[in-house]
Design a protein around this ligand. Structure first.
Ligand code: CTP
Ligand code: MG
Length: 226
């Protein structure tokens, strides 16, 4: 069944502080966002790839991406003030395809994680089709609860891509919009409005999120392994 992949790139990268949106920084000769878009296009049975961009950066992004795309079609959508707003913009752009059944599952991924890879996108989508939703998790080391107790396996780090069955995901975001709810990530919005279980898939420390200036050099190093 056909999937959609949403790549979120409509932030500003303020904590990296590069003077340009971090998703446009070069990583081994390709802009950061091009890595995720290329992976999205490589996903088996992907029907739609939506790239959410910051208002005012549409031309810059289109130009930065063009040399890395080939004939593939990527749908540029203008994002919003918050990550949640940007997700909602993407889901509105996909709503017709979701309602008609053209798209059965949607993966939402941060462009700030350029090293996720197509296999993780595919694993998340497959688990979402089976269970309703799927998020990549990684073990967290060195944690201690406020009560002084070790949390054991009760806590895990959460990454993107996060994937969900499309109609349920759209319904959750429609309800969130009606109530003015803003989730911190896709799973948090689904947890509030969805009554279906979300499966964990294996994330990886290599699926680095570029958040601070030092992460750019680290990501560059990790590209060696790709
Ligand atoms: N994002 C988005 N729309 C927003 C805010 C964030 O699409 N209004 C995207 C970012 O482009 C990024 C991902 O969500 O790929 C995760 O957000 P974050 O790492 O916080 O990126 P920024 O918000 O750009 O960075 P900062 O918070 O440092 O400004
Ligand atoms: Mg942010």
């Amino acid at each position: 069944m056909p999937a959609a992949v949403v790549v979120l790139a409509a932030g500003s990268g303020s904590r990296v502080g590069a003077g340009v949106n971090k998703v446009l920084l070069p990583l081994r000769g390709r802009p950061v966002l091009a890595w995720s878009v290329t992976d999205a296009l490589a996903v088996t049975d992907v029907r739609r790839v939506v790239l959410v961009v910051r208002d005012g950066e549409q031309d810059e992004v289109a130009q930065a991406l063009a040399p890395h795309l080939g004939p593939a079609e990527v749908h540029l959508v203008t994002g919003g003030e918050t990550r949640h707003d940007s997700e909602w913009a993407a889901l509105r752009a996909l709503a017709d395809d979701i309602r008609s059944g053209e798209v059965d599952a949607v993966a939402i991924h941060d462009a700030a994680r350029p090293l996720a890879g197509a296999p993780l996108l595919e694993a998340a989508l497959a688990a979402a089709r089976e269970h309703g939703g799927a998020i990549p998790v990684v073990p967290l080391a060195g944690l201690l609860g406020r009560d002084g107790r070790h949390p054991g396996t009760a806590l895990a780090g959460v990454q993107t891509p996060q994937a969900f069955r499309a109609p349920e995901l759209l319904a959750a975001y429609e309800q969130a919009a009606a109530e003015g709810f803003q989730g911190t990530d896709t799973a948090s919005c689904v947890a509030r409005y969805g009554a279906w279980p979300v499966a964990a898939v294996a994330g990886s420390a290599r699926n680095l999120k570029i958040t601070f200036p030092e992460d750019v050099a680290l990501a560059e190093e990790l590209t060696q392994a790709r």
